[in-house]
Design a protein around this ligand. Structure first.
Ligand SMILES: C[S@@+](CC[C@H](N)C(=O)[O-])C[C@H]1O[C@@H](n2cnc3c(N)ncnc32)[C@H](O)[C@@H]1O
Length: 196
């Protein structure tokens, strides 16, 4: 199965997506909300994986804030844009469902609806792979729309299955409280200190 990012979007979707984000950056739009959230969760100089990094805005902002940021994405068009627009983070082409970077991170973050653009049925594998890239006491952060394909309870079950502990749930990146009818969720999970 291929990610919905490829199968449920138009042929030139990656290019138009990248252009949209370049235009927003040129307008001075605030594209750093997710980075502020993650920055508040980890000590200075942390290793952070931006899982499904797209054009790299989040990893780039985390690098600018002094973190060792790595961006991974399955879309070569977006990764090319990330590498052209942002010096600093490492950019890696890989599928999150089979991710094996051989290192651990203090935080792993998937922002901008990555969870709803995965290949159907791969969500459990992706959460497990992301959990495997967390250092002990590391934090996983997932932000996604709740009205498309992926249910909060299912993601929580995947995280439990990956031995992660649910910690926080918000409805926005600026910490608005979660409501049962929220159409967006930001969730955090912790790898226990003493786990394997
Ligand atoms: C809406 S974009 C968000 C990009 C970025 N996180 C942001 O917020 O700007 C969704 C991203 O998920 C990526 N993606 C979807 N399935 C993936 C997979 N299995 N492995 C890696 N990346 C994936 C897509 O390639 C795309 O870059």
């Amino acid at each position: 199965m291929r990610p919905r990012w490829f199968t449920e979007t138009a042929a030139d979707h990656s290019e138009s997506y990248a252009e949209r984000f370049r235009a927003l950056a040129a307008e001075g739009a605030d594209l750093a909300g997710e980075a502020r959230f993650v920055d508040a969760l980890v000590p200075p100089g942390s290793a952070v994986l931006d899982a499904g990094c797209g054009t790299g805005r989040l990893a780039a902002e985390l690098h600018a804030r002094g973190h060792d940021a790595v961006g991974v994405d399955v879309d070569p068009v977006l990764l090319q844009v990330a590498a052209a627009d942002h010096v600093g983070p490492a950019w890696i082409e890989a599928d999150l469902a089979t991710l094996a970077l051989g290192r651990e991170f203090d935080a792993v973050v998937s922002a901008g609806n990555v969870m709803v653009f995965l290949a159907p049925g791969s969500e459990d594998d992706v959460v497990r792979r992301l959990a495997e890239h967390l250092a002990p006491d590391g934090v996983l952060v997932l932000g996604f729309r709740t009205d498309r394909h992926v249910q909060v309870v299912d993601v929580e079950a995947s995280a439990r299955g990956a031995s992660l502990v649910a910690e926080q749930r918000f409805s926005t990146w600026d910490l608005r409280p979660w409501q049962d009818d929220s159409d967006f969720v930001v969730m955090t999970f912790r790898r226990p200190k003493e786990s394997g």
